[in-house]
Every structure is written in C-alpha cells, then in structure tokens.
Unconditional design. Structure first.
Length: 135
C-alpha cells in the first residue's frame, strides 16, 4: 500500500510540474479531455467523494484512466482487451488534489496467452498519468 502511495505521489508531482501546459497543445485525446475537464471538476460538487476500493464505472476520471492504461499497453500484434476494472485507492496524506488515485486492471489476450496488466492512475491539472504496477 505504501508503494502505491509513493507511486501516486510521484505521478501527481509530475502532473503538477506540467500544470502550465496549454490544453490545446496536448496531442493525446484522453489527456486533452482531462485537461479541459480539470477546471470544471475543481469546483465543489454535491456528490459524495468516492470511497477507497469502490468501483467507479460512471466516473469520468476512471474512464480517462482506463483509456490511458489501454494506450500504455505493449504494442503486440493481435492484442485484444477482454475486460477492464477500476477501483478508487485511498488518498495519501500529502495528496494535493481532490481526485483520488485509481487502480486499473486490464485483462488482455495476445498470441493465445492471457495476462493482466495493472496500472495506478493520477489525474491532475495537466491531465491523466498512468504507471504500471507489477503484482
């Protein structure tokens, strides 16, 4: 759990470092959408914050994380995504955004072999960032 918190903090710091990025200059579609969406999400909402471990299929941040995780998969001919799962992770004490980190598991099949790739995802002002987590 501590490793996830450290990785999440590193991802967030990298995101904050690029916070001055112009949203129109971002080439990645998911990151561009998250960049434009970030200021609107910063306003307080009446929705309850997501609980750690909760599944979040309707959350736009979970969808952005799933897209980024799919983009981060290895480029293997014939690779097929069979399913994805997202879960909100607990926020570390020094977390500086209201959006908690999200874990993404992607089940794939390639060359007749099934595998699961796991990622931790952070969303901030500059967009969405994923990092592979080995389980």
């Amino acid at each position: 759990m501590l490793r996830i918190a450290v990785l999440s903090t590193m991802l967030l710091n990298a995101t904050i470092a690029h916070a001055q990025t112009d949203c129109k200059a971002i080439q990645d579609t998911a990151a561009r959408l998250a960049c434009f969406d970030a200021p609107a999400k910063a306003q307080p909402s009446k929705k309850k914050p997501a609980q750690p471990g909760a599944k979040n299929s309707d959350d736009p941040h979970a969808k952005a994380c799933t897209l980024k995780a799919a983009e981060a998969l290895p480029k293997i001919p014939g690779l097929a995504i069979k399913s994805t799962r997202t879960a909100v992770q607990p926020m570390p004490q020094n977390w500086s955004t209201p959006i908690p980190p999200i874990s993404v598991d992607v089940d794939i099949v390639a060359a007749g072999q099934a595998d699961t790739y796991s990622y931790i995802c952070a969303t901030g002002p500059a967009g969405t960032v994923v990092m592979r987590v080995r389980k």
